[in-house]
Each structure stands twice: as structure tokens, then as C-alpha cells.
Design a protein around this ligand. Structure first.
Ligand SMILES: [Zn+2]
Length: 204
């Protein structure tokens, strides 16, 4: 794997991580428990919207290319082979005596549409992979919570509340009467969603 490909892979992974967090933020703000198609569509669109501010990073994905071209041009100007830095032999013609590279001035780096298309392709991969990973992570967390609640029920308890796993936001709640649902807020003032807050919780 070349340095350029490693750089691009890391670049796509970072974008996918950004999508994962943004998707999770949108999904858990909807206060649902479990997969819901409308919430998933909303979250995936939100993640896409949050990718747009990264468009200027289009230049980043070609940074290794920019660097190598700059280095090659500088070598050529200094009378060295652009590929291997071997000094140019005056009678050597237009072929490097050391490595056989043609001695022509390398083109400077320029923005091209192929670069923009490549970025769009990277963003698309990151968007899809990040969204699927985020939804999968949240579903796995909810499934784990169900298991925890079942274990609590076996111990004779009638409710359970815990934080969602990062980067999920808010709480997962189980109540023997109302089942599974999501909640938001601080540990001291929790706001319950779908189903409504238990009415007699404080009076007892
Ligand atoms: Zn050379």
C-alpha cells in the first residue's frame, strides 16, 4: 500500500467517524428506542448535511500528491533528477543516467474535476459506512440494554435506567409497566419520552 493510499484510507475513516457521531446525535435526539425507518432517514440526511462543511477538505485528500509534485519540481529546478535526485549529466540527454526517468519538468499541481469527483466518492463511502455503523452500534446498545433489563427483572426489579453508550446521547429506560423507551436530561431531572413519564413516580 502506497503512502497516498494510506493517507486516503485514514481520510475516509476520519470522515466516516464524523458521520457516525453526527448520525448518532440525530438518531438519539429523536428519543426512540430501537430501529425506526423515519428516524433513520432523518439521521442519514442530517449526517449528509454535516458532511457539507467538510467540502473544503477536498484539497486534503490530495495532499500527498501536492507534496510529491512540489518536491519533484524543486529537484528539477536544482538540476537533479526529479525521481532519484541524481545530478543531471550535461551530455546525458533527456534520460536520467541513474534511474532512467525522463528529464522533463514535472507539471505543477492543479485543481481538477477528477479530484472533486474523487472527494465526492470518498464522502459517499464515508456517509454510507458511517451511517450503517452508527445505526448498528445504537441497535447493539439497545439489545444489550434489553438483556440487562431482563436480568434485572429476574432479580425481581421493576425498572432500569442507564446512559446510552457513546456517542449516543441520553438514557435507555425499562419499566415493567411501560416497556422500553428513551429519556433525556441530567441524572437529576430526566425527561421521559414515548411512553409519557410515569405519573406516580415521585409521590411514592
Ligand atoms: Zn533518476
Amino acid at each position: 500500500m502506497s503512502w497516498t493510499n494510506i493517507f486516503r484510507t485514514v481520510f475516509v475513516l476520519l470522515m466516516a467517524g464524523h458521520v457516525l457521531v453526527m448520525y448518532s446525535l440525530a438518531r438519539t435526539q429523536q428519543h426512540g428506542f430501537g430501529f425506526d425507518l423515519n428516524t433513520a432517514i432523518l439521521s442519514i440526511l442530517f449526517a449528509l448535511l454535516m458532511l457539507l462543511p467538510l467540502a473544503p477538505a477536498v484539497a486534503l485528500s490530495d495532499l500527498p500528491e501536492v507534496y510529491s509534485r512540489t518536491v519533484r519540481r524543486r529537484r528539477f529546478k536544482n538540476g537533479l533528477c526529479p525521481a532519484c535526485r541524481y545530478p543531471v549529466v550535461p551530455s546525458g540527454g533527456d534520460i536520467c543516467q541513474e534511474c532512467g526517468t525522463r528529464m522533463i519538468q514535472p507539471d505543477p499541481y492543479r485543481f481538477t474535476w477528477s479530484m472533486a469527483r474523487r472527494f465526492a466518492f470518498f464522502a459517499l463511502i464515508a456517509w454510507i459506512v458511517g451511517s450503517i455503523a452508527s445505526e448498528g452500534w445504537l441497535i447493539a446498545d439497545e439489545a444489550a440494554f434489553r438483556k440487562e433489563a431482563e436480568a434485572e427483572a429476574l432479580k425481581g426489579r421493576d425498572s432500569l435506567l442507564r446512559d446510552r453508550r457513546w456517542p449516543g446521547n441520553g438514557y435507555l429506560v425499562w419499566d415493567v409497566d411501560q416497556g422500553y423507551f428513551a429519556a433525556q436530561g441530567s441524572p437529576f431531572s430526566i425527561q421521559y419520552f414515548s411512553p409519557p413519564a410515569p405519573t406516580n413516580a415521585e409521590s411514592e
